[in-house]
Design a protein around this ligand. Structure first.
Ligand code: GLN
Length: 475
């Protein structure tokens, strides 16, 4: 029915506060929606603990914080103490972390309610959530289509009212691309704004945790809760702006300088997407923004560079799954070497193996300079393209994806085609920038995502601009 969940966090908070609804009712309805759903958004449900928490909040809480009692879904590569964290992989099927990720500690201290762990491409490697060892998630708009990936479970769960909001992780687009395919808002924070402690590492110089929500307001509320420096993550950085996003939301975009990069509107982009993004720009212009044509000339190298760097880091990060320290180990083996070999052979899926091999290749002595080192240099060029652009404009508007959601099975056998779905998102991670994807319209009943990219730590501007667009289009 979605009686309660088809709304935003502050409205729900108001209802909880005035006791118009109880938290138990809210959580019960969330699980009713989940049990009726055929989307396969979740790997693990936390129904018992969620209901227990709801009942205790009903008795003891005045719901003074916006997130108190609010159901939230967590991507299954973020650790919650005493619940499985599978990363969508057979190798971690039975892994139960004895600790919380920092983002989980923060949400727990506000008494948000964890509903469950959402499905993902194995170790967050993919763009469709088909690479999960726990079967694909389906798109809430049309079950024959993918929800995007790798945070497909988190995006689908928000759209289908199986939670009100979710956390995802984004290494090359995994928050923004599924947000675009499921018609919700996905924010990839500046590298270092949110602690990565307790996020299972894929490519450590690119990974960030971020919110997936119905709207900009909810995204701001969630970002307020999770952002900030963490002594447990030496790459987390202190930004003075944290803790203010929701209070400072302001839909004024008069004189905002928006850059439109020509490299994002080239061959290969679906015409309906190009048209919708350009009309989104026009609408913003009518509200007082000023449009500028800009160029990000090294965009054409982004996919190649991303896949060299991400696979190199992944091959190193995934070396720890050797059957000794974590998770799965084959039942019998002749010696240590065969134990390693067969554990990895059986525990990892096809895409993960492909990436480990690619990454190991790129890091080999003899190839290191030619591949990995060169990729790091071009990465700097991509970052300096953005720096140059931000001397002229405040924010950059692009499509989030080159196509509408594609069919399940359509790209899974063609990795290159799959990798191309990240063409508009990977540069942002390589440069460490923040970016947001929001639904700017529909075509044939399917959502189209627009992406806004900002300077480091300009999350407030990204949220404000998205909020502005939501106001403009609601009229
Ligand atoms: N689709 C990209 C990849 O497969 C990005 C994944 C991500 O952001 N986790 O690497």
């Amino acid at each position: 029915m979605n009686r309660l969940l088809n709304t935003d966090i502050s409205t729900l908070n108001q209802k909880l506060k005035t006791r118009e609804i109880t938290c138990t009712e809210l959580i019960t309805e969330t699980f009713n929606n989940i049990h009726k759903s055929k989307l396969n958004s979740y790997i693990t449900l936390m129904e018992e603990s969620a209901l227990k928490k709801a009942s205790s909040l009903d008795k003891n809480s005045d719901f003074n914080h916006l997130l108190t009692g609010i159901p939230i879904a967590i991507k299954d590569n973020i650790c919650i103490r005493n619940f499985p964290t599978t990363c969508g992989s057979k190798i971690l099927k039975d892994f139960i972390p004895p600790y919380n990720a920092t983002v989980i500690d923060k949400l727990e201290s506000l008494n948000a309610i964890f509903v469950g762990k959402t499905n993902l491409d194995e170790f967050a490697m993919g763009s469709s959530t088909e690479n999960s060892a726990f079967n694909p998630t389906l798109n809430p708009y049309n079950p024959n289509l993918v929800p995007g990936g790798s945070s497909g479970g988190s995006a689908a769960t928000v759209k289908a009212n199986e939670s009100i909001c979710a956390l995802g992780s984004d290494t090359g687009g995994s928050i923004r691309q599924p947000a675009a395919f499921c018609g919700v808002v996905g924010l990839k924070p500046t590298y270092g704004l949110v602690s990565r402690y307790g996020l299972v590492a894929f490519a450590s110089s690119l990974d960030q945790i971020g919110p997936i929500t119905h709207c900009a307001k909810d995204s701001a509320i969630l970002l307020d809760a999770i952002a900030g420096e963490d002594p447990k993550d030496s790459t987390s950085r202190n930004s003075k702006q944290t803790g203010q996003y929701f209070n400072k939301l302001n839909p004024e975009i008069k004189n905002l300088k928006i850059g439109i990069p020509k490299e994002y509107f080239v061959e290969g982009i679906a015409p309906e997407i190009k048209e919708k993004i350009l009309s989104t720009a026009k609408l913003m212009e009518q509200s007082g923004a000023v449009l500028y044509d800009i160029s990000l000339p090294n965009t054409e190298y982004a996919i190649a560079i991303y896949y060299l760097i991400a696979t190199a880091e992944a091959s190193s990060n995934l070396a720890r799954y050797d059957g000794v320290k974590y998770g799965y180990r084959i039942p019998e083996s002749e010696n240590l070497k065969t134990m390693y070999e067969f554990t990895k052979e059986q525990g990892f899926g096809k895409e993960v193996k492909r990436r480990i091999m690619l990454g190991t290749f790129g890091l080999q002595s003899g190839y290191y300079d030619e591949y990995y080192n060169k990729a790091c240099k071009v990465r700097n060029l991509i970052a300096s393209d953005f720096e140059t652009a931000f001397k002229k404009v405040d924010i950059i508007l692009t499509p989030s994806t080159p196509t509408l959601p594609f069919k399940i099975g359509e790209r899974i056998t063609d990795p290159l085609q799959m990798y191309l779905s990240d063409i508009f998102t990977v540069s942002v991670n390589l440069a460490g920038l923040p970016a947001i994807s929001f639904k700017c319209g529909e075509y044939n009943g399917l959502p189209i995502g627009a992406q806004l990219i900002g300077k480091p730590f300009s999350e407030q501007l990204l949220l404000n601009t998205t909020y502005a667009y939501e106001q403009i289009t609601a009229i």
